[in-house]
Design a binder for this molecule. Structure first.
Ligand code: NAD
Ligand code: MG
Length: 377
């Protein structure tokens, strides 16, 4: 049975794979869902990797689907505590222990069921176990569906910094069931929407117009609207990744809003903002508005593009102004340390207009300072 809201995006590369998007994809009662998984399961072993929030909600569904796809499968689960602070080498080692306990052979499959934390850690475990086994990504956050599950980057954090240890290991398949987004906390949904807006800003003015028209449907978690938005984002990301699989050029565009965003995230951590801290998507939302303002200050883009971007982010309930307590000088010092800075100044992804962005090096600190001052809120 073909569901009208199901979408497929093919990702090209050394090992091509398909992203399937739509409501009910984890439902074992649908033969298409069973067949989709059966075709990618090669061996006799599978490990479901999930976290303490997602496993109680969806691990049973994933296990039933795996069993339907391959009744003779030896299946086990490893569940990590939820949260970025758990994306560690120690948890990674525990995940490898679970693969060892399962007796996973080289044809085993890891099924990553969760947000980007689970996807990154499980993907890295799959990349390393016996020098690489299959990973099927089953993203359960909007951010994971539009970003982390696509493109093959996997990693864990070190105390010294985020994502410092990892590998490129593309998944065998990505299965994005939009119905699981119904249990996602509002704030996590909005964080994902920030990255969705980013794709529109970078690649397609029409998509931004579509987002304006469908903002309410997306916030209401309408399956058809979500599937459409996710598919569009995956197409954009798949296209960039196919042209620059190892992040030597093009792929840097995906950092629109992220130079500012990372500085904000790092500085608020340092400032001990704690429970009220902005999450990644919120920091990126502010970062994109700042990048648009900087583009205007440098005479690259008219101000009204930034105004419209800001209005859209506000409709999605995202912050667009710098939180109080963050010092412009400290933020600029953070950006200087960013790997995107070089001897000639700071580096940003800037735009002329929606759909036309590029990397600009050698941006002077006075301009950045002026943008911060104007955005203090
Ligand atoms: P996350 O995995 O921590 O998930 C956010 C929260 O939502 C967690 O508490 C989680 O347990 C919960 N959750 C997940 N799905 C749920 C559901 N359906 N219902 C209820 N609760 C649910 O965070 P994230 O935002 O998905 O991912 C962030 C991570 O992704 C970061 O570690 C980041 O480095 C990584 N990332 C990787 C890439 C990449 O290319 N590999 C790209 C972007 C981000
Ligand atoms: Mg991001």
């Amino acid at each position: 049975m073909h569901h009208p809201t199901h979408r497929t995006v093919d990702v090209a590369g050394d090992v091509p794979y398909a992203i399937t998007i739509g409501p009910g994809l984890l439902d074992a009662a649908h033969p298409d869902n069973v067949k989709r998984l059966a075709t990618v399961l090669r061996g006799r072993h599978a490990l479901i990797v999930s976290d303490s929030h997602v496993a109680p909600l969806y691990a049973e569904r994933a296990a039933a689907l795996l069993h339907a796809a391959k009744p003779q499968l030896t299946l086990s689960r490893w569940v990590m505590p939820a949260g970025e602070q758990e994306k560690t080498l120690a948890r990674f080692a525990e995940c490898l222990d679970a693969l060892a306990a399962l007796g996973a052979t080289r044809d085993a499959t890891v099924l990553a069921l969760g947000g980007g934390v689970v996807g990154d850690l499980a993907g890295f475990a799959a990349a390393c176990w016996m020098r690489g086994i299959d990973c099927v990504q089953v993203p359960t956050t909007l951010l994971a569906m539009v970003d982390s599950s696509v493109g093959g980057k996997t990693a864990v954090d070190l105390p010294q910094g985020k994502n410092l240890v990892g590998a490129f290991h593309p998944p065998r398949a990505v299965i994005a069931d939009t119905t699981v987004l119904r249990t996602l906390p509002d704030r996590e949904l909005r964080a994902g929407l920030a990255e969705v807006v980013k794709y529109g800003a970078l690649f397609d003015a029409h998509f931004l117009v579509w987002l304006e028209a469908h903002a309410d449907a997306l916030l209401a978690r309408d399956d058809a609207a979500l599937a459409e938005a996710i598919a569009r984002c995956c197409e954009f990301k798949a296209d960039v990744v196919a042209r620059d699989p190892y992040e030597h050029g093009q792929r840097a565009l995906l950092n629109f809003g992220h130079t500012f965003g990372h500085a904000i995230e790092a500085e608020q951590g340092y400032a001990g903002v704690g429970r009220d801290a902005l999450n990644h998507g919120e920091a990126v939302a502010i970062g994109m508005v700042l990048a648009a303002r900087l583009s205007t200050l440098l005479d690259l883009a008219p101000a009204d593009h930034g105004d419209r971007l800001q209005d859209l982010l506000l409709r999605f309930g995202l912050p667009t102004r710098l939180p109080g307590g963050l010092d412009a000088r400290a933020l600029i010092a953070r950006m200087r340390l960013d790997k995107k800075a070089d001897a000639h100044g700071l580096r940003f992804v800037l735009w002329e207009r929606p759909g036309s962005a590029h990397v600009v090096s050698g941006v002077g600190e006075e301009a950045v300072r002026a943008v911060f001052d104007a955005a203090a809120g």
